[in-house]
Design a protein around this ligand. Structure first.
Ligand code: SAM
Length: 275
């Protein structure tokens, strides 16, 4: 009988942030597939767990997946871990998980830390609807173009960013998205944890010339403004279009005012010449 693949989240800084179930799973499986075995060994040593490790990182994900799947199909249970947080979230894991599902292997996901959700919930920004973008491209033009995709995004957006690029990215965000409200979560769960909330300009004032170090998540408020649609027809023509579709003049005025986000009175005055 085939074994199982356990997806095991690990701490993002504080070694105590690991569930009892993840610890028991790491003890019980036959082997652990780790993004960096040297990193995972420190976690295992801390919890006195001795287990066979095999490396599974972005450069060998495909080849390694095949080998890991073969072992699971032969009956071994495997725990998948990354260096920190949830495997598969800006970390290796997706390929192995997809392959396991294709081979009808049972994939057991265990809950646990991810910097993304933690940064979102402490941001003070809307948490009811959000999207995760992960890392932006490092090349200037590509990064700016990607940011343009979010100009009219209403949901809160989660970005991962390197401390070296933070100020550049914030400048690009201010230029493309405007002086939005943001929250910078730095070194979450670690000794120097710091959450900075405010508009992009306020964050620049706060950081000043300070060199920003450590791991960073940027949370950006969605666009709270309504999109202004530029019409290439006059208000009168707009009303006429509705009348031509069979609406009464009164209804056409109401709909035009709604489309253009104008007071009904203003549109009504323009309808005087229309029979
Ligand atoms: N799999 C991880 C997760 O679930 O959060 C993410 C791994 S990704 C390679 C690493 C990035 O996650 C960092 O560059 C940073 O943006 C974010 N990150 C990880 N740990 C963090 C922490 N303690 N504080 C703030 N951001 C963190």
């Amino acid at each position: 009988m085939a074994g199982k693949l356990y997806v095991c989240p690990t701490p993002i800084g504080n070694l105590e942030d690991i569930t009892l179930r993840v610890l028991n799973t790491l003890k019980e499986v036959d082997f652990i597939a780790a993004e960096d075995t040297r990193h995972t060994i420190k976690l295992l040593n801390h919890y006195e767990i001795k287990k066979q490790l095999t490396s599974y990182h972005e450069h060998n994900e495909r080849d390694k997946s095949t080998k890991i799947i073969e072992r699971i199909l032969c009956g071994e249970d495997c725990a998948l871990v990354s260096d920190a947080g949830m495997p598969g979230i800006s970390d290796p894991g997706e390929i192995l998980i997809k392959e396991a599902i294709m081979q009808d292997i049972q994939v057991v996901g265990l809950p646990g830390p991810s910097a993304s959700l933690l940064a979102l919930v402490v941001s003070g920004l809307r948490t009811d609807k959000f999207i995760f973008e992960g890392f932006l491209p490092s090349k200037n033009n590509e990064r700016k173009n990607r940011l343009k995709d979010f100009e009219w995004e209403k949901r809160t957006i989660i970005f991962y960013e390197s401390p070296y690029r933070l100020k550049k990215t914030l400048k690009d965000m201010r230029e493309i998205l405007g002086n939005r409200k943001i929250s910078i979560a730095r070194e979450l769960t670690k000794k120097y944890e710091e959450i900075s909330r405010g508009t992009i300009n306020e964050i620049f004032d706060k950081f000043g010339d300070r060199e920003i170090k450590g791991e960073i998540v940027i949370i950006v408020e969605g666009n709270v403004k309504d999109k202004i649609i530029e019409y290439d027809i006059t208000i009168e023509e707009h009303i006429m279009q509705y009348i031509d579709k069979g609406y009464s003049k009164k209804e056409a005025v109401k709909l035009t005012a709604k489309d253009r986000k104008l007071p009904k009175n203003e549109v009504y005055k323009k309808s005087f010449g229309i029979k």
